[in-house]
Design a protein around this ligand. Structure first.
Ligand SMILES: [Cu+2]
Length: 135
């Protein structure tokens, strides 16, 4: 059973590696305890112009008075991120009217958040974008 033991050790090492902090290389880090919900129009999201409404909450309560810069990117090399500032709408909602999904595929929407008390951090949501038949 030597072989399976070694496999187990490898798995353990991999798990330890994954648990290392700071792998994402974002200085601000993830905002713990907060939640970001994403709605797009059109839905489901397609390539081209899109309106995005972000809802920020903490423990089920909407968070007003934050500042959010939305960065949309993909995991492959050579991708130019799409960055927009969101406008507060009240009720913990923040809107971007002129977002643009420049490619189809798997996107990461990363909200750079400044909370009303000055704390900063990021929240991410993955989103799949369909290639519009018009493009
Ligand atoms: Cu891309």
């Amino acid at each position: 059973m030597r072989r399976s033991c070694r496999g187990g050790l490898l798995l353990l090492l991999l798990a330890a590696g994954l648990a290392l902090p700071g792998c994402r290389g974002d200085a601000a880090g993830e905002l713990q305890g907060f939640r970001l919900d994403v709605a797009t129009a059109p839905t489901p999201p397609v390539t081209g112009p899109s309106r995005i409404v972000l809802t920020l909450s903490e423990a089920g309560s909407r968070v007003e008075g934050a500042t959010i810069r939305l960065e949309g990117t993909m995991t492959h090399a050579g991708m130019v991120p799409v960055v927009r500032d969101a406008s507060p709408e009240g009720g913990g909602r923040y809107r971007v009217d002129d977002f643009e999904f420049t490619m189809g595929g798997d996107w990461i929407l990363r909200a750079h958040v400044t909370l009303p008390d000055g704390r900063t951090g990021t929240l991410e949501r993955d989103i799949r974008v369909i290639t519009s038949p018009d493009r």
